[in-house]
Design a protein around this ligand. Sequence first.
Ligand SMILES: Nc1ncnc2c1ncn2[C@@H]1O[C@H](COP(=O)(O)OP(=O)(O)OP(=O)(O)O)[C@@H](O)[C@H]1O
Length: 233
Amino acid sequence: MVENLLQFEGVSKSYRSKPALKNVSFTVGPGKIIGLLGTNGSGKSTLMKIAAGLIPASAGKVTVSGEPVGLASKAVVSFMPDRPLSEPWMRVRDAVAFYRDFYQDFDEEKARKMLEFMHLEERDKVNSLSKGMNERLQLTLTLSRRAKLYLMDEPIGGVDPVARTKILDAIVEFYSEDSSLLISTHLVRDIERIFDEVMFIRDGEIVLQEDVEDLRLKHGKSVDDMFKEVFAE
Ligand SMILES: Nc1ncnc2c1ncn2[C@@H]1O[C@H](COP(=O)(O)OP(=O)(O)OP(=O)(O)O)[C@@H](O)[C@H]1O
């Protein structure tokens, strides 16, 4: 039996009375890079935060490797938030030390290699890093944990095309194939080359989940073309 790394069953979430996720069900298998694609406000961050155990669902069931989301799942899920998790005084080396002390599964050797790949200096102040360099640091910290499931919320949002390429190359280079990676974005064209599978989310509902090769064969379209078609206003 193939183990489901992440499973949502009938998950809904409302903020006060406003629905953000409506009866969402899907599974993520091991060894895949999956794109969670949707326009602004479609529910991507909400879904990510629920999977990471940062906010509760209003209804439904969420499991990671068969266990309900909670302390045990947090130990095997590495979440890259859309804003940096660091203190203003920190240098890159402090941020790395902070992660090392906090997460037992942190691979310092891998972090060093990634910092080098990303052209980040250990003495750089986190506060004075550009947006793109900051995203590189967040990605380094997130991927340096030996997790089963990586969740990345808009890892290439707000950076220029050169930085995007570097970040995507780092994901491909440093991702370990026995884990899975769920990446949310609306920048489909730049990133579709790295996806095995895509999920389209619209107004809080998953409207398509498909293997990227199948999608291209079946519809004769790139993911980006499909995305534009599904989300045309
Ligand atoms: N803390 C909150 N309080 C109230 N409403 C919220 C909150 N967070 C999100 N929402 C609403 O829930 C819906 C889904 O938001 P969410 O942030 O999940 O979307 P998203 O797809 O990540 O969007 P974006 O690409 O713009 O980041 C939106 O309508 C948003 O306004």
